[in-house]
Design a protein around this ligand. Sequence first.
Ligand code: ATP
Ligand code: MG
Ligand code: MG
Ligand code: MG
Length: 481
Amino acid sequence: LQVTGDSIRRRFLQFYASRGHKVLPSASLVPEDPTVLLTIAGMLQFKPIFLGKVPRLVPCAATAQRCIRTNDVENVGRTARHHTFFEMLGNFSFGDYFKKEAIKWAWELTTIEFGLPANRLWISIYEEDDEAFAIWHDEVGVPVERIKRMGEDDNFWTSGITGPCGPCSEIYYDFQPEKGHSDIDLGDDTRFMEFYNLVFMQYNKKDDGSLEPLKQKNIDTGLGLERMARILQKVPNNYETDLIYPIIQTASELAHVTYETADAQSKTSLKIIGDHMRAIVYLISDGVVPSNIGRGYIVRRLVRRVVRTGRLLGIKGDGKGNTDGAFTPHIAEKVIALSSHIDEDVKGRTGRILEELKREELRFVQTLERGEKLLEEMLSDALASAKEDGRFPCLAGKDAFLLYDTYGFPVEITTEVAQERGVVVDMKGFDIEMDNQRRQSQAAHNAVKLEVGEGADIMENISDTEFLGYDMLSAKAIVES
Ligand code: ATP
Ligand code: MG
Ligand code: MG
Ligand code: MG
């Protein structure tokens, strides 16, 4: 009997409800917090409480929070465990319980409620957190060789440059226990997978970098639903769980390929589509419209990747015989059909989501076709002249930039296509062109300012590379990917 993703979510929430937690709904992917572009973790909606800026309404809570992490976009399909969209199951204490209860409950949930064998579990703690070690070792009974002390980079959690922070402790699942206890590297993801992170929020990091003890100590946790589903459903990766696999099946039907027998590249392509389509549907549902700035640009990039990936797989038009049609709405319908326990509101927004997707896909296909033609010519030229002078075929940065700037052809796609033809792209040259353009638009900005005087906000309207100004790691990652 399969343990469904839905049942894992339900059992997690029930487990904490019966331990005094108030079960609260997921917040939107568009956070109220203006310093963060998208909701990246369950704790975000509680940040003002953690900081003591607003009073808590309940002592502790549990949620299944939908999240987007664009910094993982390159991991999608390459690792078995990363998505751009995923659900983070979390239990939170607002100055109520602390380290001891958090650790004991996490262990009880994992080993009793979900029944994972204790000898498959490994623990990481922050190297200076002797208190956490004592609880895991003396009270829970985890043997010392299964508790790894890690440095600040791995096990000291911060929410940003400033804000709440503290040591954390993670639980890892061991897929290859036969390998024994020596030379352990929890970062080896063929063997281990982190699935539960417990943050012991004790400090507020201030502008000057100093740590100020919080008035109340908090607990913030995150357990990846797709990761727990992978473990309990005994499948080789998150994508083959019942949370995502039906979407992959829909895509593979449109592409006339079979996932099980597909080659590695096609499998990766199907995983990318399965992943990105969830992100796209929930982003649009939460009110993000494809555009050239900020969040809108993230959705646009995701849609473009899906369309391009679908074409690589051989999906033509709507995939059902209409060559002028769009295929992403078909896949979106599958995502929506699976959505009821993730977000009840999505179903009611079906019409808008499908419309938005269709328009965006068709617009991009036009651009893509113009760009593809031009790129084809550029690649033939590069291959021909490489033959002549005996050098490695290379596409000039100038050309890649022209495709990007004039044809809206994303550079990652240029690189992918070039790679398929055995041509490298001069990324240094491309970056130089990008920098030049940025400098020019900055100069234009200054000129406008001088002409119209200080305080004019004209720049906001004239620059369509505005998104580059976001000082957001996550936005940057997807822009560059
Ligand atoms: P990893 O080291 O695997 O990238 P993380 O340390 O970045 O994970 P946390 O920030 O600790 O993850 O988030 C808490 C939990 O959320 C993780 O333990 C994991 O179960 C889940 N999670 C985090 N990022 C992703 C992702 N991109 N896709 C799916 N689940 C994720
Ligand atoms: Mg990560
Ligand atoms: Mg980690
Ligand atoms: Mg972690």
